[in-house]
Design a protein around this ligand. Sequence first.
Ligand code: GLU
Length: 236
Amino acid sequence: MKQVRVRFAPSPTGALHIGGVRTALYNYLFAKKHGGVFILRIEDTDQTRYVPGAEEYIIESLRWFQILPDEGPGFGGKYGPYRQSERKTLYANYVQQLIDAGNAYYAFDTPDELEALRESDPPFKYDAQSRMKLKNSLVLPPDEVSTLLENGRNIAIRMKVPENEIITFEDSIRGQVSFSTGELDDKVIMKGDGMPTYHMANIVDDRLMEISHVIRGEEWLSSTAHHILLYRFFGW
Ligand code: GLU
């Protein structure tokens, strides 16, 4: 069997709460049970939610609980850096691959435009239905896209979620889980500041850090459908 490598991947957006500790503990116990490796990865790509001192607090808490990582910031390991903000340049290449293959596109809608759409009823979703009516590189003529890219303002890169598909995967607790792509939106994978979003950075790092099992809070279950699509786009 492949070596078990699991990660606790908190975002330093505030104090570590008990649900986070529980996730860390499950990862730790799973690693220990299988003679595997427990990794701490700091998911700090969302600069707007970054809270100074939160990372130190997380590490201090893990030390206090004696849930010590085998690899992570300040713990060593061959797969670093273990802080995503320090891996920024690495993600761009993967995003470009998605664009080149037609699995991602540039979106130029301004925050105000999106905000106005969100007030609509039924609720707005950037997806296969709406994307052809919006301001993006799937719709606009190439010369206008080039101008907007040079202009550099309000550029987001979104993944192109396929229409009418059922994404199915195995969850060890829930069993077989399915999501229809009709429920999923075209998630932003990279923002204008060149920082990847959680989804993009998370799947690239799980791949590069050779993570064997993903153990995370249940609130992330629906994101797994997006992650599976991204894995498929890369042929992983
Ligand atoms: N950064 C996410 C969090 O804060 C990680 C979720 C995951 O493990 O994929 O919970």
